[in-house]
Design a binder for this molecule. Structure first.
Ligand code: G1P
Ligand code: ZN
Length: 542
């Protein structure tokens, strides 16, 4: 039985950097979830006979929304639903399934690395037929629809048991509950030399993978321990929990501190890694060395040809604007294109679809390739393992050799979280107003070469995205970028990105914060962060 339910619009269903993200109590308001999902279906248009993928990162409220999404998709007339067992699909696995099964798109439930629980974060993301996050023109259409919606449709028939792998017919819809891991693991086997990585583990190589009680646990167990033969216990915190064990499932130096300390200490394993709530981010720590995501992108790009899936070379590299220029040097050397996009994976989709880029990355611990249309945490870890196995060197040796060859881009991000939104907007507005007068001025002893508010002209579809972050470029190639987060669910987060390039062989092993000290001072001088926000230190330094 399909019921048409009258509803009234909410005015705050505007998707941000990565889908609609709010606190659970916001999603629990009457018809809030239903309005948004119906708006997605109304934007797709005719859903009859089409295939839709549904799954999420297993966080609190995931099961309830999976059930609602299935019922509404049946009511919308989809021909086939592919749902991860237990309502589970990592973000990259969902992207792969959409592509592999010719789906029109997928509903991916996740708030990524944000905490989960009854008063924590939840999110709904729509991915399109290429497997990637919906581009802005689609998210804008969905948002427009949420503002006028007056009804939604839902099936009141008995639902399906999402824990039971198998296929059930509900009205005209075939609902398939699938193993969330199988397709993804098979894809990884086509990209990487599993035999060689297994030999590495066979030779006594020790690894620590922290799944942070998030969605990657089952994927990492299957691939690292079962297929590659890593010793049991290699994958830690592998059981996905609705509240991620009370932690932030964010693989950075703050929330994965224990792993970091272990990797820097006596008797550390050879290689450490972690991934986030929905499995698209990665953290890479070699014994005695944290690899910044920007450096990781550069090292992976420079060595990707060592993995079978990339042995033919790369078509190009894309990075988000705030990501360091380390990858640019690799692209130059390889003689391939380098693209600088706004923050957010959705901007890579066109470049990947057009065959202009093979590998993409963001400083926020996101790396991926054209194998799917999302960043992919475990993929990055497996590519690292493939490179370690092929080169027979440690992560530290590889990174240090990279710096000797290309120079080092010292890089750090300072986040100020939970700011008063008005104060944060005021800071950005004041900076914008000053941009024209900055070039030529000296700030904290550094001379400004150029300053702008980054605008991206998509070379594939010609679309333009403006106001994507303020860049202050100094003589000599150092820079500061400031932007406000588009993924937060309360207050505002100011991100300050700092970068300096060093090529002198005796200056490659400095302490990062010390190497960036003058840029940190310049950011304070130009933006007045202390005075405007009342904070005298960042909340998180990565
Ligand atoms: C953050 C990251 C960005 C990433 C996004 C989704 O967005 O900075 O690189 O694509 O999360 O994982 P932000 O909060 O900065 O808008
Ligand atoms: Zn994520």
């Amino acid at each position: 039985m399909i019921e048409t339910v009258a509803t009234t619009a909410y005015d705050d269903q505007k998707p941000g950097t990565s889908g609609l993200r709010k606190k659970v109590p916001v999603f629990r308001q009457p018809n809030y979830v239903e309005n948004f999902i119906q708006s997605i279906f109304d934007t797709i248009g005719d859903c009859a006979g089409k295939t839709l993928v549904i799954g999420g990162d297993g966080r609190y409220y995931n099961r309830e929304v999976v059930d609602i999404a299935i019922r509404m998709a049946v009511a919308a007339g989809f021909g086939r639903l592919i749902v991860g067992a237990g309502g589970i699909l990592s973000t990259p696995a969902a992207s792969n399934i959409i592509r592999r099964h010719g789906a029109i798109g997928g509903i991916v439930l996740s708030a990524s690395h944000n905490p989960g629980g009854p008063t924590e974060d939840f999110g709904i993301k729509f991915n399109t037929a290429n497997g990637g996050p919906a581009p802005e023109k689609v998210t804008e259409a969905i948002f427009a629809r949420t503002q006028t919606i007056e009804r939604y449709m839902i099936s009141r028939q008995a639902g399906v048991d999402v824990d039971q792998i198998g296929s059930t017919r509900l009205d005209q819809t075939q609902v398939e509950i699938i193993d969330p891991v199988a397709d993804y693991a098979a894809l990884m086997e086509t990209l990487f030399d599993f035999g060689r990585i297994a030999e590495l583990f066979g030779s006594g190589f020790r690894m620590a993978f922290d799944a942070m009680h998030a969605v990657t646990g089952p994927y990492a167990k299957e691939i690292l321990e079962k297929r590659l033969g890593a010793p049991a216990g290699t994958v830690r915190n592998f059981k996905p929990l609705p509240d991620f064990g009370g932690h932030h499932p964010d693989p950075n130096l703050v929330h994965a501190r224990a792993l970091y300390e272990e990797m820097m200490g006596e008797g550390a394993p050879d290689f450490g890694a972690a991934s986030d709530g929905d499995g698209d981010r990665n953290l890479i720590i070699g014994r005695g060395i944290f690899v910044t995501p920007s450096d990781s992108l550069a090292v992976l790009a420079a060595n990707a040809h060592l993995a079978p899936g990339y042995s033919g070379g790369l078509k190009g590299i894309a990075r988000s604007m705030p990501t360091s220029a380390a990858a640019d040097r690799v692209a130059d050397k390889l003689g391939i294109g380098i693209y600088e996009t706004p923050t957010g994976w959705k901007f890579f989709g066109n470049l990947l679809d057009a065959g202009m880029a093979t590998i993409c990355g963001e400083e926020s611990a996101g790396t991926g390739s054209d194998h799917v249309r999302e960043k992919d945490g475990l993929w990055a870890v497996l590519l690292w393992l493939n490179i370690l196995a092929a080169r027979g060197q440690s992560a530290r040796e590889i990174v240090e050799a990279h710096w000797r060859e290309y120079g080092r881009n010292y890089y750090s991000r300072h986040d100020y979280e939970g700011l008063d939104a008005e104060a944060a907007n005021g800071l950005m507005e004041a900076l914008r107003a000053e941009l024209g007068s900055l070039p030529g001025r000296a700030i904290a002893g550094l001379e400004v070469a150029a300053a702008d508010d980054f605008a991206y002209h998509d070379p594939v579809d010609g679309s333009v995205a403006r106001n994507q972050g303020i860049r202050i470029l100094f003589e000599g190639g150092s820079r500061i970028v400031l932007r406000l987060s588009g993924t937060g669910t309360s207050g505002a987060t100011l991100r300050v990105y700092l970068e300096r390039y060093e090529a002198a062989p005796d200056r490659l092993a400095l302490d990062t914060q010390a190497a960036l000290a003058d840029l940190i001072a310049a950011a304070e001088a130009v933006a007045g962060i202390r005075a405007r926000t009342g904070r005298d230190a960042p909340t998180v330094i990565t």
